[in-house]
Design a protein around this ligand. Structure first.
Ligand code: 73E
Length: 829
């Protein structure tokens, strides 16, 4: 930044060219122009944030160019398009990804170097949009990338939360939450579209009458109204198209004349404005646990209505008929969060566009497709009829009408009362409520789960009656991940090695990784492979030391468990394993224990007591182990705070062992499992979610399987599971559990971890004690394999070589062929 030459050449450089090009010189010129004209800065006085923004704007220009080109192409072809409706997105940092997609990372690095600036430092400046909780939101973003890359005409609709997922701090071992101020320094990637805004109504009542043409009419007279304004962010594909993520922000409707009101009304109006804006203030931080909060339902309806109105506008704008909506659009519901869309589309077609019910229903049920992401009962959305009727009176009527017609259909097929009660959209067993999964299923032409196992269970359990009724409606699309981000961007060393060996084609066809298989025994290749892993581990170690003060030897086995903290994911089973090793080492029994760093990361929902206690436990175990002279060179425990996409990109490339240890039948798919294996980590896992398919692909000999299968879990439960039996019978397990209430982990406080202890001994709903020994045995085997570096390296290479299936490109192609019936329109230079 002190570069003297720079000052002299500054003006001549920015006048150099107007071209939005991709060469080093063009990037440099654009960057300096952005800095000067958009931010009013010269490099000498620019802050890190100024530099980041100037570069982001430079890249955004190029991104919009791709987007404009793609849109023109899609329009010209009159292509069928996907509207992806998701209440959550986790795009991660945009800058590095867009550089890769535009293939200008090296040029940009060079351009900045000439200005004495460091690209990596600038990349670190970006604050990521945390508009989701975990896997579901991240999946939506992976799919955006793949749709853009493949040339699927698509828009991703969502909510522009002002505060995304909270920032997690660890204070005295406990999680504390801090507001996420991601918009604080401004967001250079988005463009507001004030002219794309829709009115949204809430509350009030409906009026029904028959008009002069004998047509039944309904009017919804709301008691409040607000508007949603579009904010667009370009999402680039690799070397190709660009699509947009359109997020809605709630605002007040300012269209009334203040002058007729007195001062009191002016302030009332201001208050009203503030209340309206509250709607999109904050993301609910609950993953897989949904309490029936009014504001959440409002958020869902708000973004759904904005999106559907936008889709209808686009349909009509292109001179198409509304009757053909389902031919030109398919709307994918990312879980039930946007499922009120089924009723809203009916309302828009019937009430606002005067369509007959039967015609409207035909369009509706041929427009939507629904993805289910979880079988956990606490995550299945239901809205009480009282609340729904109060906020959305017209929608409740529509839902009842859909239900009546549906139940009549069942009656005609001779369904009995019990079956009909089970399948009804309305649950009358407790507080009368609407089952959103049933609404989504009835209102969609396809329903899919997110892994083979999960889709099977969906048909057998939660939606079994519907699968019997409409077998052809049900299908599977196994999740995938954006390998360009999670290998290409985040693991440049491994990417380079792979490209050197097999070329760069894997970036657009991950199956190409198969070519690595033939090098898996090659000693020189193995050495290079593990050398890269070591480099990545050094980087993670430095990062962790900076964040936590805990130093870790990069030569240790990096055993990593990162994901949301949830009992079903069994972070505490991992803790029991660590404590068993600690006990053994203290007893002088160190055979088969290799030096290991246990790395955890993940947020707990702020109201989830057990999950927060598990975080405290991990940190307490860390305090004990890391400070014990006798074991501290053998075991380290680190809890990396605030796990998000940005940190994930540092963690996955550095992992040796990937922990995927949920109770079988609980994790619908998992996607972290794929990201780890893609970066050469070996998996220790149960037969749950996509683990099953990962194991099939990489081979049983390259996957550490343990624990009960789904059927065994069900059998255990059916037979009357008694966890206490395992406590009694297994001495080591007993010692480990007793350690929890010994006070040794908690400054003498024997009560702190008692809730966990009691839960495990009395209910143990996730059967940790049952799976304990199998897990411990498998870990012993793992440590043995780690002691043979050649064997480990081979397995690591084979994991990467066989992970091709789990690219989100494959998932999106599956959606295109089995669900959407869309042919991608790839635009290339
Ligand atoms: O297994 C994951 C899956 O990989 C599943 O738990 C997660 O979705 C991922 C992507 O398919 C998920 N999240 C939610 N439900 N399933 C959820 C539920 C309510 C609020 C927020 C997220």
């Amino acid at each position: 930044r002190e570069n003297k030459k720079l000052e002299k050449h500054f003006l001549s450089q920015i006048e150099n060219t107007e071209k939005i090009g991709f060469s080093k010189e063009e990037i440099k010129a654009s960057f300096l122009k952005k800095l000067f004209y958009n931010l009013g800065r010269v490099p000498q006085v620019a802050t890190e944030n100024d530099l980041y923004k100037a570069l982001a704007l430079t890249v955004r220009d190029r991104a919009f160019r791709q987007f404009v080109r793609s849109t023109a192409e899609f329009a010209q072809k009159d292509a069928r398009a996907v509207a992806y409706l998701s209440a959550e997105y986790l795009p991660g940092p945009h800058l590095g990804k867009n550089l890769l997609n535009l293939e200008i990372t090296d040029e940009t690095r060079e351009a900045l170097k000439e200005l004495d600036l460091d690209l990596d430092e600038i990349l670190r400046e970006e604050v990521e949009p945390g508009l989701g909780n975990g896997g579901l939101g991240r999946l939506a973003s992976c799919y955006m990338d793949s749709m853009a890359t493949l040339g699927v005409p698509a828009i991703g609709y969502g909510i522009r939360y002002e505060f995304g997922i909270f920032n997690q701090n660890i204070k005295n071992g406990w999680q504390s939450e801090e507001t996420d101020l991601w918009l604080h320094y401004g967001n250079p990637w988005e463009v507001v579209r004030p002219e794309i805004a829709y009115e949204i109504k809430f509350g009030g009542r409906t009026e029904h009458w028959v008009d002069e043409n004998d047509k039944y009419q309904v009017e919804w007279i709301p008691d409040s109204e607000l508007k949603g304004t579009a904010y667009d962010t370009p999402i680039l594909g690799y070397q190709s198209n660009g699509i947009i993520m359109r997020l809605w922000k709630a605002e007040a409707i300012e269209s009334f004349d203040f002058s007729v009101y007195n001062v009191g009304d002016y302030y009332k109006a201001v208050e009203k404005k503030m209340r309206s804006e509250n709607l999109t203030k904050v993301l609910y931080p609950n993953d897989e646990n949904l309490s029936g909060k009014e504001l959440r339902l409002k958020q869902q309806y708000f973004f759904v209505s904005c999106s559907l109105q936008d889709i209808i506008r686009l349909q009509l704008m292109q001179g198409r008929k509304l009757e053909d909506l389902h031919k030109k659009f398919t709307i994918q519901l990312n879980d039930t969060h946007p499922s009120i869309a089924v009723a809203e589309l009916m309302r828009l077609l019937v009430d606002e566009h005067q369509m007959e019910w039967v015609d409207a229903w035909n369009i509706t049920k041929n427009t939507f497709a629904y993805t289910n992401h979880t079988l956990l009962p606490e995550a299945l959305e239901r809205w009480s009829v009282g609340l729904l009727g109060r906020l959305l009176p017209r929608h409740l009527e529509i839902i009842y009408e859909i239900n009546n017609r549906f139940l009549n259909e069942l009656k005609e097929r001779n369904y009995n009362g019990e079956q009909m009660a089970r399948m009804s959209l309305i649950d009358e067993s407790g507080e009368t409520s609407v089952r959103m999964a049933h609404l989504a299923t009835v209102g969609s032409y396809k329903v899919n789960g997110v892994s083979a196992l999960h889709s099977g269970l969906l048909k057998k359990q939660v939606l079994n009656d519907f699968a019997d009724l409409w077998p052809e409606k049900f299908t599977n699309v196994t999740n995938g991940v954006d390998h360009r981000r999670f290998l290409g961007v985040s693991n440049p060393r491994l990417s380079e090695l792979i490209s050197k060996k097999i070329g760069k084609h894997w970036l657009t066809d991950l199956m190409q990784l198969h070519q690595l298989e033939k090098f898996s025994d090659d000693k020189t290749f193995q050495k290079k492979w593990m050398e890269i892993k070591l480099q990545n581990k050094k980087e993670l170690a430095a990062h962790m030391e900076e964040r936590t003060g805990i130093s870790v030897d990069p030569k240790m086995l990096f055993d990593v468990h990162v994901k949301r903290i949830h009992e079903y994911k069994r972070q505490h089973l991992k803790v029991l394993h660590i404590l068993s090793l600690y006990k053994r080492l203290k007893n002088g029994d160190d055979k088969n224990i290799v030096p290991t760093a246990f790395i955890f990361g993940g947020k707990a929902a702020p109201g989830y007591f057990m999950a927060k206690l598990i975080i405290k436990l991990i940190n307490s175990v860390g305090d004990l182990v890391n400070n014990d002279e006798q074991v501290k060179d053998r075991l380290k425990v680190v809890f990396l705070p605030n796990f998000n996409v940005k940190q994930a990109q540092v963690v996955y490339p550095a992992a040796d062992l990937s922990e995927q240890i949920s109770l079988a039948g609980k994790e619908a798919s998992g996607t972290g499992n794929m990201k780890f294996a893609l970066n050469g980590a070996l998996t220790v896992g149960t037969l749950d979610g996509a683990n099953v398919e990962i194991r099939e692909e990489v081979g049983d000999e390259n996957f550490f399987l343990f624990g009960q299968s789904t059927e065994e879990v069900q059998k255990t439960r059916a037979e009357g599971y008694r966890p206490y039996k395992y406590y009694e019978q297994n001495e080591e397990l007993r010692e480990v559990l007793d350690l929890l209430i010994s006070g040794e982990l908690s400054d003498g406080d024997k009560e702190l971890f008692r809730p966990l202890y009691n839960n495990l001994l009395q209910q143990d709903p996730y059967q940790l004690l049952k799976d304990y020994q199998s897990y411990i045995d498998k870990q012993e085997e793992i440590h043995k394999v780690w002691s043979k570096p050649g064997e480990w390296a081979k397995k690591s290479i084979l994991n990467v070589a066989n992970i091709g299936k789990f690219s989100s490109d494959r998932s999106i192609k599956d959606y295109c062929t089995t669900i959407w019936k869309i042919d991608p329109v790839r635009v290339e230079d």
